[in-house]
Design a protein around this ligand. Sequence first.
Ligand code: GCO
Ligand code: MG
Length: 405
Amino acid sequence: MKIKDIKVFVCCPGRNFVTVKIITDHGVFGLGDATLNGRELAVVAYLEEHVIPCLIGRDAHQIEDIWQYLFKGAYWQNGAVSMAAIGAIDMALWDVKGKVANLPVYQLLGGKSRRGITVYAHVNGESIEDVLNHLGKAIKEGYKVVRLQCTIPGTEGTYGTLGGKKNYYELQGNRPLPPEHPWSTNQYLNFIPELFKRAREKFGYDIELCHDIHSRLTPIEAAQLGKMLEPYRLKFLEDAVTYDNPEGYKVIRNHTTTPVALGEKFNTIWDAKPLIENQYIDFVRTAATHGGGITSLKKLADFASLYHVRLAPHGAPDLSPICFMAHMHVDLWAPNFGVQEFIGFGTPELNDVFSFSAKFKDGEIYIKDKPGLGVDFNEEAAKQYPYKRSYLPVTRLNDGTLWNW
Ligand code: GCO
Ligand code: MG
């Protein structure tokens, strides 16, 4: 079964997505997500100019060889742009294989290890009261794990909060240049323990809680925060510091028993390797799109399992439903799955372009057994939502120094 054609679509049903469609000479097609938030067209060029011409005529069944060919064969390895391109091709090939085998992808990985996929919801607000109200609603809806983010008083545009935006804190569109947000570590460290204290006072310890620092702290500051949060027993603290220096995570580990999650920006298993083998982290958050596809996640899961590290795949809205469904299959299979980030099933615009069958019940997601990934892409609908150049924000300290957003 040969690869006959590969198409790349860019659309913006609320935010930008890059979608890859691999068409085989048997008529079967597969879909992949190549979205790299704020740098979408770089991946399109990488695919169209450098990847697709090499793949036409190749055997669509040789997923592993194609992965190696695109990774090792390029000489220039790693990097978010190239790995998003490889991730999309890889997902699309697993989709094709599943359709040909007439089996859902999780069956090809080894079958189900669990009944449903436990997810964590985003709960955010402009004040502690606001967050607690939303947390109460999330618990009523059935969530068992929730991530809490709150505006730090005086710090407009705090990561993870709405700050006047209607739907989602990172909602894109018509941003001619990156917006800039202020940041004060001191105010943040003064405030966050109170948020979790109040959440525990009001809702007790049955609900599992997480928090995303979004790489705003230094290792010793993150260690301090982890220690201050110990009485509130978090499921994990996410992205405490940037991951470029794994030793930073050693500092955190040496000072606190608050569990740590990392990896939404990992592009390869080698990014994760020192953090996992030194047991500096508890959850690895690599996404199929940014980490080179299902083939990569399969290896990462097996490697992580040797060190009691569990998967908590990235599930932000800048990953398309194709990546979401790829995660559903990996999560169903992986013996060391932990929890899946989940931001809901999407807006009407999104569901106009992408369709998939999944339902939420009692904190878990269940997918319908369909051959392949079980997701569809409506090319005609996508044309109604043309690409809009857009950026993630940047952060500056009060004195103007550029900081990690
Ligand atoms: C998360 C992430 C996202 C990222 C986004 C960047 O935990 O879901 O941190 O919110 O900021 O994916 O494009
Ligand atoms: Mg995050």
